[in-house]
Write a protein that binds this ligand. Structure first.
Ligand SMILES: *[C@@H]1O[C@H](CO)[C@@H](O)[C@H](O)[C@H]1NC(C)=O
Ligand SMILES: *[C@@H]1O[C@H](CO)[C@@H](O)[C@H](O)[C@H]1NC(C)=O
Length: 331
């Protein structure tokens, strides 16, 4: 049963990973004297992906393991709405106003004393897009290293497949979006519509989409966003080589598709050949690259598997490797 479904289940959340993972926590055993340690590791904020929740099994497992890796580290997992049920949280991944969700999360972050001196961020899939939005429009307190795993930075050109035929929340959101993704209603109420970028309907996208066009400076300069992105220590754009959830998968590294009318095989336009991202540097990526802070496009920032397959149980797997490299630095 599990195997036959496995192909159809797209792992948007991290919950499936744990079952095969060897927890890092298994390493430390026996009685230990716990001394209070000063907070030497930079705190961390995690923003989960679509369909997941702040304290879902996968995220909780990651947090447990990272606390073993970096004793004393403070980790906040983004929960939206703050006081909602798990169903409310899952629903908010599909429905709502993306800008407003980010604004409210930014308020929560501002009120957490442990984060006051700055923090690192990890955003999974959609959560990475929102974390970048936090940096661009808020960034108080500031983010130092930001890791995005399989995030649709240049949007999606196809709606994200639902994990199973029983995921009604996902299916209804998808069917609604299919009826008209560039309607005012969809743009204001369906999260995926806010980053749906149809390379064959760019006119409609530019006319109706407020969220992604603003986030990427596609239509006008974004001076504040550009300052804030360039102020990061590192932006690490992690892609999944076998990603079949985010289309095109190169969106994880700001790749987008050539319109069919120009080239029917839709080759990918890399970030550095995209005028608003690079030539005009509207959101500060080129400036960040110039100071050595933009990390992407080498095997170091790449995961070999499918969307969100962090291979977390393996110390050499891309998840642990990247976390050891970029998280847990000293303040
Ligand atoms: C969505 O949120 C943004 C930012 O808070 C706001 O400017 C916009 O009007 C909102 N849209 C709707 C339909 O509420
Ligand atoms: C269209 O894209 C393909 C695949 O990248 C490429 O080989 C071909 O040269 C392109 N055609 C034109 C007319 O640019």
């Amino acid at each position: 049963m599990y195997l036959s479904l496995a192909g159809a289940i797209l792992c948007l959340s991290l919950s499936a990973i744990r079952s095969s993972a060897v927890p890092v926590s298994a390493i430390s055993q026996g009685p230990q004297r716990i001394f209070p340690t000063p907070a030497t590791h930079r705190p961390l904020v995690i923003w989960h992906g679509l369909g997941d929740t702040a304290n879902g099994e996968g995220i909780a497992g990651l947090m447990r393991d990272m606390k073993e890796m970096y004793p004393g580290i403070f980790i906040h997992s983004v929960q939206y709405p703050g006081s909602g049920s798990i169903d409310d949280e899952r629903k908010a991944g599909f429905y709502g106003n993306a800008s407003m969700q980010v604004d409210e999360v930014a308020e929560t972050i501002r009120d957490i004393p442990e984060l006051a001196d700055g923090f690192d961020g990890i955003g999974f899939s959609q959560g990475g897009l929102f974390m970048r939005d936090y940096v661009q429009r808020h960034n108080e307190p500031r983010v130092r290293n930001l890791l995005t795993f399989g995030s649709p930075h240049m949007g999606i050109a196809r709606l994200i497949p639902c994990r199973s035929s029983f995921d009604l929340l996902c299916i209804i959101a998808k069917q609604t979006a299919q009826k008209g993704v560039y309607t005012e209603w969809a743009q204001n109420n369906l999260i995926q519509a806010s980053y749906f970028r149809d390379h064959d309907r760019l006119d409609a996208f530019h006319k109706m989409n407020k969220y992604l066009t603003r986030l990427n400076g596609e239509l006008e300069a974004q001076p504040r966003a550009a300052r804030n992105i360039a102020s990061l220590d590192n932006l690490v754009l992690i892609n999944f080589e076998q990603d079949q959830t985010i289309y095109p998968k190169e969106s994880a590294v700001f790749g987008s598709l050539v319109p069919s009318a120009v080239n029917s095989s839709n080759p990918v336009i890399p970030m550095t050949e995209n005028p608003f991202l690079w030539k005009h540097d509207r959101i500060g990526l080129r400036k960040l690259a110039k100071k050595g802070g933009l990390q992407y496009g080498t095997p170091d920032e790449s995961c070999p598997g499918a969307h969100m397959d962090l291979d977390w149980g393996d110390e050499e797997g891309c998840g642990q490797r990247l976390v050891r490299r970029w998280i847990g630095w000293s303040m």
